[in-house]
Design a protein around this ligand. Structure first.
Ligand SMILES: *Cc1c(COP(=O)(O)O)cnc(C)c1O
Length: 467
C-alpha cells in the first residue's frame, strides 16, 4: 500500500491507482507505507538469475498484488525479454570493472539509449494493462529537457489505451534527442515544442493538471511511483554481479537530477540490499550536493551544461526522502515543502533536523565540472577503450573520488555516448560509433513536425480539448 507524503490521514492507495494518477491529489508524492524486505537467503537465491526473474521478485513485492503475479510476470517478460533491450555479456544491465574495485553498470541498452527506458518500458505496459482491465483510456501529459521525451514516447507508442502529449523547450535539446522524438511523433504521440525553457514546460504541466477539468491526466515523469519502483530491480541485479559474497557491502554512485534514480537505490537499501553509501553525483547544477553538505535546499536557476539531463533547478523526488526524514509526519512535510515553494529555500535546521541525517541514511554528495567530465571520458577511454557519455562521466568522476577503501563502487551509466556526440568529439577527437538502429536517424525523420506553442496554459488546454 502507498500513501501520499502530504496526507496526515494516511489514506491508502494501491499501486495501480498511483500508477495512473502520478501526483497525489493533495500535491504530495506516493510512498510505500512499509518497505518489503529481502532476507540474505532470498538474495542468495537470486544470484545468477535473469533480469526478468530479479525484476519480478522485486517488483511483485512493491506492486503488492495490485497487478496479479501471472500478469505482472508477462508484462516484465514483454518489457525485458528478448527484443526490446540489447544484450551485452548476456545481460541487459551488464557490469564492467573499469579499475580495481570500480564498476560501471550499463542501464542504457534500451530503445532510446538512456536509463529511462528501464522503467518506462515496463510502466507503459503496466498502464496499458490496467487501463484495459478498467476499460478506460488515459491521456498523459509530460515535459522533457531531453531523455524523458523519447523514452516515454517509445514506451507509450504502441499502447492501445493511452496517448501522450510531450512538451519540450524549443531550444536546448541535442539534435539527436530531437530527432529521436520526431521519429516517434504521430499516432498517439503528440510533440509540442514550447517557446521557452524546460522550467516553462514543467510549469505548464503543473498549471494544467491543477485545473479540475484536466485532473485525470496521467504522468510519466519520475514523480510517478511506477517509475521509481521499476528502477529498484537493477540495483539488485548490479549488486548480485559485483558482490563477492552475499552480504558484502557495495557503494553506489548515481548521476542525479530529479532525485529519482538515487531514490530507487535508497528503496533497494531499505528492502535489505546491502548497499552502504548512496552517492549523489551532480554537475554544475549542484542543488543536491549543497543540500547534503549544508542541509539547505535552495532552488537555483538551472545552467545548461554538457550533462543536460541533470540540469535541474529543484529535485522533485526529494520530497519522498523528506517524508522519511520527518518520520512520516505529513504536517512537517507540508510545512517544509510549502516554505520551499514560497521562498525557493528551506533549511532542515529550521525544521528541527541536523544535516547529518543524510549521512546516517548512507547519502553523500559531490559534483563534477565540465573539465572533470572531459578528463574522465579521456581517462576511461585510454585505459579501457570504452567510450562513456558525459552523465556517466559525472558519476565515474565522483565515484572515483569517493572511493577510499576496499568496498566496491558501482557507478550507474545512464546514457549511451551516441546521444551526446559533440562532447565526445571534444573529449576524444572523434564521434562514437552508432548502434545500427540510430544510423541516419536525423535524415529518416524529416517531415514529422512538432507543434510549436507559446508558454500559455490556455493554449495548451485548448489543444488538449481538441486532440
Ligand atoms: C534523467 C537522467 C538523469 C537524472 O536522473 P534522475 O532520476 O532525474 O536523478 C541522469 N542521466 C541521464 C542520462 C538522464 O537521462
Amino acid at each position: 500500500m502507498l500513501i501520499s507524503t502530504r496526507d496526515g490521514a494516511r489514506q491508502p492507495c494501491s499501486y495501480t491507482e498511483a500508477l495512473l494518477s502520478g501526483l497525489a491529489s493533495d500535491g504530495g508524492l506516493y510512498v510505500p507505507v512499509t518497505y518489503p524486505r529481502f532476507s540474505s537467503e532470498e538474495l542468495v537465491a537470486l544470484s545468477g538469475a535473469s533480469y526478468e526473474t530479479i525484476a519480478f521478485a522485486v517488483k511483485s513485492r512493491l506492486v503488492d498484488g495490485s497487478i496479479p503475479d501471472a500478469e505482472l510476470k508477462e508484462l516484465i517478460t514483454s518489457a525485458y525479454g528478448p527484443g526490446v533491450f540489447d544484450r551485452e555479456k548476456g545481460s541487459i544491465v551488464p557490469v564492467t570493472e573499469i579499475e580495481k574495485g570500480l564498476f560501471v553498470q550499463s542501464l542504457s541498452l534500451g530503445p532510446t539509449a538512456s536509463f529511462k527506458d528501464m522503467a518506462l518500458q515496463l510502466v507503459g505496459r503496466e498502464m496499458d494493462y490496467e487501463l484495459s482491465r478498467r476499460n478506460q483510456k488515459l491521456r498523459i501529459l509530460g515535459a522533457t529537457s531531453g531523455d524523458t521525451g523519447s523514452a516515454a514516447e517509445a514506451a507509450i507508442k504502441d499502447r492501445k489505451n493511452a496517448c501522450l502529449f510531450m512538451l519540450s523547450p524549443e531550444k536546448g535539446m541535442s539534435t539527436f534527442q530531437r530527432a529521436q522524438m520526431e521519429a516517434l511523433s504521430g499516432g498517439n504521440i503528440f510533440n509540442i515544442s514550447i517557446r521557452g525553457r524546460f522550467d516553462d514546460c514543467q510549469d505548464l504541466v503543473k498549471a494544467t493538471m491543477q485545473d479540475p477539468e484536466f485532473a485525470s491526466l496521467g504522468a510519466v515523469n519520475s514523480i510517478n511511483w511506477g517509475r521509481i519502483s521499476s528502477q529498484v530491480p537493477y540495483y539488485f541485479a548490479g549488486y548480485l554481479q559485483v558482490a563477492k559474497r552475499m552480504g558484502d557491502p557495495v557503494d553506489v554512485c548515481v548521476p542525479s537530477g530529479n532525485f529519482g534514480n538515487i531514490f530507487s537505490a535508497y528503496v533497494a537499501k531499505r528492502m535489505g540490499l546491502p548497499l552502504r553509501r548512496l552517492i549523489i553525483a551532480t554537475n554544475e547544477n549542484n542543488v543536491l550536493d549543497v543540500l547534503l553538505k549544508t542541509g539547505v535546499y535552495e532552488q537555483k536557476e538551472a545552467r545548461i551544461t554538457s550533462s543536460p539531463s541533470m540540469d535541474i533547478s529543484k529535485a522533485s523526488n526529494y520530497e519522498r526522502l523528506v517524508f522519511d526524514l520527518f518520520q512520516g509526519d505529513a504536517e512537517k512535510v507540508k510545512a517544509y515543502m510549502s516554505e520551499f515553494a514560497k521562498t525557493g529555500k528551506a533549511s532542515l535546521k529550521d525544521h528541527g533536523l541536523d544535516p547529518s541525517v543524510f549521512f546516517a541514511l548512507g547519502f553523500e554528495g559531490d559534483s563534477s565540472t565540465h573539465t572533470d567530465r572531459i578528463e574522465t571520458i579521456r581517462q576511461v577511454y585510454t585505459t579501457t577503450k570504452i567510450v562513456i557519455d558525459p552523465h556517466t562521466a559525472d558519476g565515474v568522476c565522483v565515484g572515483k573520488r569517493a572511493k577510499h577503501d576496499e568496498v566496491s563502487m558501482l557507478c550507474m551509466s545512464t546514457a549511451l555516448p551516441v546521444k551526446f556526440e559533440g562532447t565526445i568529439q571534444e573529449a576524444l577527437g572523434f564521434v562514437p560509433e552508432r548502434p545500427p538502429r540510430f544510423v541516419g536517424l536525423e535524415e529518416k525523420t524529416q517531415g514529422h513536425n512538432f507543434v510549436t506553442m507559446s508558454p500559455d496554459a490556455a493554449l495548451l488546454k485548448s489543444f488538449l480539448r481538441t486532440h
